[in-house]
Design a protein around this ligand. Sequence first.
Ligand SMILES: NC(=O)c1ccc[n+]([C@@H]2O[C@H](COP(=O)([O-])OP(=O)(O)OC[C@H]3O[C@@H](n4cnc5c(N)ncnc54)[C@H](O)[C@@H]3O)[C@@H](O)[C@H]2O)c1
Ligand SMILES: O=c1ccn([C@@H]2O[C@H](COP(=O)(O)OP(=O)(O)O[C@H]3O[C@H](CO)[C@@H](O)[C@H](O)[C@H]3O)[C@@H](O)[C@H]2O)c(=O)[nH]1
Length: 472
Amino acid sequence: MAPVQVKKICCIGAGYVGGPTCAVIALKCPNIIVTIVDLNKARIDAWNSPDFALPIYEPGLVDVVKQARGRNLFFSTDVDKAIEEADLIFVSVNTPTKKSGVGAGFAADLNYVELATRRIATVASSNKIVVEKSTVPCRTAESMRTILEANSKPGCHFDILSNPEFLAEGTAIDDLFAPDRVLIGSLQTPEGISACESLAQVYSNWVPKERILTVGLWSSELSKLAANAMLAQRISSVNALSAICEATGANIDEVAHAIGYDSRIGPKFLRASVGFGGSCFQKDILNLVYLSESLHLPEVAAYWRQVVEMNEYQKRRFSKRVVDTLFNTITGKRIAVLGFAFKADTGDTRESAAITLIKDFQSEKAIVSVYDPQVPHDQIWQDLQEASPLVPLDTIKKQVSICNSAIEACKNAEAVVIATEWKEFKEIDWEEVYANMNKPAFVFDGRLLVDADKLRKIGFKVTTIGRPSNTD
Ligand SMILES: NC(=O)c1ccc[n+]([C@@H]2O[C@H](COP(=O)([O-])OP(=O)(O)OC[C@H]3O[C@@H](n4cnc5c(N)ncnc54)[C@H](O)[C@@H]3O)[C@@H](O)[C@H]2O)c1
Ligand SMILES: O=c1ccn([C@@H]2O[C@H](COP(=O)(O)OP(=O)(O)O[C@H]3O[C@H](CO)[C@@H](O)[C@H](O)[C@H]3O)[C@@H](O)[C@H]2O)c(=O)[nH]1
């Protein structure tokens, strides 16, 4: 079967994945019309804003959108029109962890995927290649196919592909321009292989052929969960070692450096931290845990669950270290929290470690001043409210304030807690910070960001993750 040449793409979901991914496809494939749709009008309006005030912050994204928007890249709320016109449809909607019902707290909520799939079936009157871009449990493509086939118009044929996304926030554009690999899963039927070839041709406009991996549908779906589980496992492993370092006098930086030199281990993703955050790692591991339990593999489930438990332990351990170091009480003390995003170079706060830390400080009755260079203030209030649903926002606002600079946040504080590795925190005038703080002035570096010796020379008492107190 000759592969269909894709001329029009629709992407359902204009979020952190759909937006950047399909904007890059539009940039790299000027002959393909790409329309990104979403039900959220405010989000689409932001993508279309004349001054490029896009709904997500991602280095390099504005340049991509500037070049392609209006040429062959369009953002719209008219979901049906874009579905109808497209040859290929990416489903890039959110798949959060279920909050209630069977599998609550573990299983992926596939409601958005199902609604988008049903919409495609209802609207489409010509053949479509439907691509699962969202991260989903193994065999979701089968459910999508069943829904599409049961609801399709006569003569309308659907091929389903899995094409998970591996971009990391903060480096999304670089990752999309030069991906380690593009993974496409299809049924191993002539139609499936042909559809796979159609999508591979789109990517081959800029991705070298040897980096486009084609596999079976279920392997593709599972590979996405597996990649995230193994990445998160590395962080939990290094964080577990950081606890041993703090107790023994070893230095986690030196340990990570030494083990990373082994070419079988490699140096990347071994940075001890206050805990991993982001919308993916925890969700996808819990998804894998649920899958393992559903398959009656309790030992496998327990193995992966431990990666998340270690992460929770790391966050709790860090908060406790702050309290212990500040003479076992932080009641009424001002703590400056630098960074609220889950990592640097993003404004995304989903599952950010900062949220847990601030909640812990609130329950110890500290006064908290927060600063993040990218996260909107409304988002911070929303996250803190969601973290403490029983506490009225007015009460939270009496304990927490949001500042417009790091210097302002640190004023009159007893301690500075570095929760996100923003480069600007390395470069702030620490002498000025010190001058304006109560003494003794403490710094807790949860990101291995600052030069502890330099800060100690200024007068700070510095505690660094993965190093023993007082001696690093
Ligand atoms: N964020 C990441 O870095 C990342 C990376 C790789 C994979 N993923 C996966 O990609 C998927 C999307 O993640 P995200 O971070 O972009 O989510 P997101 O919440 O930022 O975006 C999803 C968008 O889909 C829209 N939507 C939901 N249902 C819809 C429907 N029926 N019709 C039209 N629009 C609809 C929502 O309004 C939302 O704007 C998830 O499965 C996630 O696990 C995310
Ligand atoms: O050595 C490290 C590396 C990362 N982190 C933390 O781990 C979290 C996740 O970081 P990262 O993986 O860089 O960002 P994400 O955007 O969550 O990307 C992950 O999740 C995406 C969504 O599935 C995948 O597509 C990516 O491949 C995968 O890296 C963040 O809190 C980081 O601060 C560490 O603590 N130490």
